[in-house]
Design a protein around this ligand. Structure first.
Ligand code: ADP
Ligand code: MG
Length: 699
């Protein structure tokens, strides 16, 4: 039996009670789990700082010197003991607010002390409150002067006596038992090329580092290993998927595509659009099913790429469909596609929840007999009754609202799955995309159509409201239209609706008929009424649109130039970016006004500042990732893959690339891992994939 799989309760000093606590609180069940439970930080007591060169932050430092003077100082509440401590380079103040009488008596002036504690800065002056103060003799005799690991812990563990000391002792017991169990997990040539330390050495040094240098090498080695095996799994998964999933071959670019391109294309494609269309065309010609993610910031022109892709499908004798997450959006797509395709002999239809029964029947029929070429719609497309004759390409707009299983329903009648293009304006940071999707094909439109002016974003509070109204008036005078968006969150729905209606009322007072007309759209309205209101705004019959986030996705009114977001601090970053993307779609200057009170959390402030500073969706996504942590990001929830033990996807990007390079090389040269040099990889890989099946986590 594998010693490392021994339940943790058999480890000296643990026993059944502590074992169940460790399991509950930290998920540690076996010797192996404990071995791979890494410290999340270290206290470095091996080096001394010079007081003149202390870091300008609040880190913990160790210094060596003597006490020059000390006195008790009265202050607003109670007293404090202050000592001036010198190491020859400069001085620092040590302070105590409690127990100072007793401490003052024990302070000796002609003794060398080792001081350890956290820095506080008041301007250019540093001090340490309640430092740990040890006479040098005593320090030398103890084991204080080492690198001390600090393990992640919980309140419960600490209350039940599982202290850092207990963790450290348990690690020592563990290493005494398992020191013969370490096997190398990486090929010799990688170890040599990257000058890695052995797995055994790294595991020892990560728990008991001798110094910073050893610790850094241990971290490097273990991070690399972690990232390498994640990449191995992703690339292997992709390889198998590509082998298995055959797709229709779209060989021809024919009359539909060409005629549209030469006669009806309303503008010249941007370079990025052209490149992406080429990528898609190549992909659909390979005989494998296309599974491509199309990322492009709001307004970058994804719809046209979708249309051209569908036309290629039609040229090869297939049908095409496009699913949108909301009724409004589906309608808008339908209208704009129908318009674009105006002169061409193609049948295109719209199917949503509110389509009439007779209409539905007609659509179902035309789909089955193949006379309908393009179907646009919402969730209604995946209903049982919807059966295509031969669906060749499916476009999914705004990926995160449809599950994989739902998508699969689309092609129940096909002999082969159709090509799938998923479009999203929520950019997944490149780092994440690479590590989560591995080789899933990603196309990026990284260029906006020419002539767009970048949207000016400002932060305003209630006290500026009159100026904001004035600004709205001026824009309306210029013939522009305005959005005013209110948050709507399920938990506070009642209050939110009240805010929305109050806001609407005050706007109707400020902007009265007959000079001004205001639309309102929110989730409690009937779809039909929503559409009427939306339509009035689209046609320019109303100048203001008051709405909840229903307008978040995709709505296109190029004449709208101002987006006002109320209680902006309550929105997430990607949502704010999406909303802002509703303006700036024409060639005139557009504005985004973030309304917010003064009281907001630090994270909320960062979000709003980020919006003010940048229009770049990728940059915003990176900040979002940093603020929320990867587990929380749209589309990657529960992706499991991201629960890294030691590597950090943001900080270790370079190492990720290296790991990916080696993984790719191995899988290309020796996919079955039969070569002698890959023995370690084969064994480790099969162990990992036997224990957890990460493939389940990835769509
Ligand atoms: P999104 O990527 O957000 O879905 P859309 O496809 O709705 O963006 O395009 C936004 C606007 O830009 C539309 O009005 C569209 O007609 C226009 N547009 C798209 N591509 C170009 C281009 N190459 N040149 C000029 N305008 C374009
Ligand atoms: Mg769109």
């Amino acid at each position: 039996m594998d010693l490392l799989q021994t339940p943790i309760e058999y480890l000296k000093g643990i026993g059944p009670n502590r074992a169940s606590l460790l399991k509950e609180e930290l998920g540690i069940k076996t010797y192996q789990d404990l071995l791979h439970f890494f410290p999340n930080r270290y206290i470095d007591r091996t080096t001394f700082y010079a007081i003149s060169k202390l870091p300008q932050n609040t880190s913990e430092v160790q210094i060596k010197g003597t006490i020059l003077s000390h006195k008790i100082i009265p202050q607003a509440k109670g007293k404090r003991l202050a000592a001036i401590f010198s190491d020859g380079s400069s001085t620092i103040e040590l302070v105590w607010f409690r127990g100072y009488k007793w401490i003052q008596e024990s302070l000796k002036k002609n003794t060398t002390y080792i001081v350890f504690g956290r820095l506080n800065w008041y301007g250019s002056k540093a001090s340490i409150a309640h430092p740990e103060l040890t006479p040098e003799d005593e320090y030398k005799q103890s084991n204080l002067g080492a690198f001390h690991p600090v393990y992640p812990s919980t309140e419960k563990l600490i209350n039940k006596g599982i202290s850092q000391r207990v963790m450290k002792q348990s690690m020592e017991h563990l290493f005494r038992q398992v020191h013969k169990e370490f096997h190398e997990t990486l090929p010799t040539y990688i170890i040599e090329e990257l000058k890695l330390i052995s797995r055994k050495e790294a595991t020892i040094q990560i728990h008991f580092p001798a110094n910073q240098h050893q610790l850094t090498r241990a971290q490097f080695r273990l991070k690399f290993e972690e990232l390498f095996y994640i990449q191995m799994q992703l690339l292997q998964k992709n390889r198998l998927q590509k082998q298995k999933v055959k797709g229709y071959v779209f060989e021809n670019v024919g009359v539909n595509f060409n005629e549209f391109y030469t006669k009806y294309l309303p503008f010249q494609l941007t370079n990025a659009q052209q490149r992406v269309v080429r990528e898609i065309r190549n992909d659909m010609g390979t005989g494998k099913q296309m599974n491509r993610l199309l990322q492009g910031d709001v307004g970058s022109g994804k719809t046209m790429v979708a249309l051209l892709s569908m036309l290629i499908g039609l040229d090869n004798g297939f049908q095409a469909c496009m699913m949108a997450p909301t009724e409004i959006l589906a309608q808008q797509h339908y209208k704009s596609l129908e318009e674009s395709l105006g002169g061409m002999p193609l049948n295109i239809a719209l199917l949503t929840g509110s389509s009439k029964t007779a209409q539905r029947k007609e659509i179902h029929q035309a789909l089955e007999d193949g006379s309908l070429h393009i179907l646009i719609g919402t969730h209604a497309l995946i209903e049982e009754k919807v059966r295509f004759k031969n669906l060749g390409i499916a476009i999914v707009d705004e990926q995160h609202r449809f599950g994989v299983a739902q998508r699969a329903k689309l092609w129940r009648k096909n002999t082969l799955p159709p090509h799938v293009l998923v479009m999203t304006a929520t950019p997944i940071p490149r780092t994440l995309a690479m590590s989560v999707y591995g080789d899933l094909d990603i196309s990026v439109i990284d260029e906006l159509p020419p002539g767009r002016k970048s949207i000016k974003t400002v932060l305003r509070s209630d006290s500026n409201r009159l100026q904001v109204f004035q600004f709205i008036r001026e824009e309306i005078k210029l013939g522009k239209q305005i959005y005013v968006v209110y948050p709507l969150i399920q938990e506070s729905e009642k209050m939110d609706y009240k805010d929305l209606m109050d806001g609407y009322e005050s706007l109707t007072r400020e902007f009265p008929l007959p000079d001004y007309r205001i639309s309102i759209v929110h989730g409690k309205m009937k779809p039909k009424d929503k559409d009427i209101e939306m339509q009035r705004f689209v046609e320019g019959k109303t100048q203001l649109m008051v709405a909840t986030t229903v307008i978040e996705v995709g709505v296109n009114v190029p004449n709208a130039s101002v987006m006002i977001i109320e209680s902006a601090e309550r929105f997430g970053l990607s949502q704010l970016h999406q909303l802002r993307g509703r303006v700036g779609r024409g060639n005139d200057q557009s504005y985004c006004i973030l309304m917010s009170g003064h009281k907001k959390s630090k994270v909320a402030s960062t979000r709003l500042q980020t919006m003010v500073q940048t229009n770049d969706g990728f940059e915003i996504a990176e900040v979002d990732l940093r603020l929320r942590g990867p587990g929380d990001l749209m589309g990657t929830q529960q992706s499991g893959v991201l629960e890294l033990k030691i590597a950090d996807l943001l900080k270790d990007q370079e190492l990720l690339k290296t790991a990916r390079y080696y993984a790719k090389k191995i899988i290309t040269e020796d996919p079955e891992l039969v070569d002698k040099t890959h023995r370690e990889v084969r064994i480790t890989y099969s162990k990992i994939t036997a224990h957890k099946n990460i493939w389940n986590y990835i769509s």
